[in-house]
Design a protein around this ligand. Structure first.
Ligand code: AMP
Ligand code: MN
Ligand code: MN
Ligand code: MN
Length: 279
């Protein structure tokens, strides 16, 4: 069995359900040998995760997944091997987190207009130690019985045009790649298959990403199908970018996600139970 490698995962520092220590132990128990913790806009879990990884004889990579606004659309850029103490990165993430709080206040006000009260406090109660995210609002709305699963909650309440959606401007692609590279890391375009802005925009994005110094795109990720592995491997080659892989583990699933080996593509991947797509 090949060594399992996962370069994209979340803990309770962002919207994952396992504390950094527990996440690392869980991954180690399932045979992951190389793990990057990549919480959204926050590096607070890295030190403890690295410590626990060392105890499990696992190679640990300092990571972060940064929220970006590109041409008025939200995309995510993963930084791998970043230095969390690099001042522009630290300050940049701090600013994004402050923006997250303001967005959360706006989301709660908007939900309140639709008769849903208490969502700010409710979401913060789910945000155990780090950033506040739509995922925390989703958990609150689920507690309150607004839908029976997280996916429906997003669809009905938290996406564009729905009561809890609040327009927000994240960091620029240029700044984010600059922070990552400046800190000694590599920038990876996260889960490109999730951006439904069409082929020509994808090509524009990849060109701009590469020209700004981006290093790789996620080819194998929990939300891609096997066909998308092929599609994005081709695009990576076309733009001279490396291919990355990661689970995007959150443990949001009702079914437990697990690391595994993809039989059809013969790489170590991670099955993302929530999405339920076949590998
Ligand atoms: P935010 O960065 O606060 O906008 O929250 C986005 C996070 O919500 C993502 O990182 C996912 O973890 C989660 N998310 C987004 N869309 C969905 C969805 N349709 N179903 C479940 N989780 C989602
Ligand atoms: Mn997330
Ligand atoms: Mn993401
Ligand atoms: Mn992620």
């Amino acid at each position: 069995m090949p060594a399992l490698i996962d370069l994209h995962s979340h803990s309770t520092v962002s919207d994952g359900l396992l504390a950094p220590e527990a996440l690392v132990a869980h991954a180690a128990a399932q045979g992951v040998k190389v793990l990057a913790l990549t919480d959204h806009d926050d590096t607070a879990g890295l030190a403890v995760a690295a410590k626990v990884a060392a105890e499990h004889d696992m190679q640990f990579i300092n990571g972060v997944e940064i929220s970006v606004t590109w041409r008025r659309r939200t995309i995510h850029v993963v930084g791998l091997r970043v230095d969390p103490d690099y001042e522009p990165l630290r300050a940049g993430l701090e600013k994004i987190r402050a923006g997250r709080h303001l967005r959360a206040v706006g989301m709660a006000a908007s939900l309140s207009k639709f008769g849903i009260e208490g969502s700010l406090e409710g979401a913060y109660a789910h945000a155990q130690q780090g950033i506040i995210s739509r995922a925390h609002f989703a958990r609150y709305l689920m507690d309150k019985g607004y839908a029976s699963n997280i996916k429906s909650i997003f669809k009905r309440y938290l996406v564009k045009g729905k009561p809890g959606y609040f327009e927000h401007e994240w960091a620029s692609l240029e700044d984010v790649i600059g922070w990552i590279k400046g800190s000694g890391g590599e920038a990876v375009l996260a889960h490109p298959g999730r951006y439904d802005f069409g082929r020509s925009n994808m090509l524009l994005l990849l060109e701009e990403f590469r020209n700004l110094g981006g290093a790789a795109i996620e080819v194998v990720t929990g939300s891609h199908t096997v066909d998308q592995y092929q599609e994005y491997a081709k695009l990576a080659a076309m733009f001279g970018l490396k291919s990355s892989l990661g689970s995007d583990y959150h443990a949001l699933a009702m079914r437990i996600s697990r690391w595994d080996v993809c039989p059809s593509c013969r790489v170590a991947v991670y099955r993302y139970g929530r999405i339920g797509r076949k590998h």
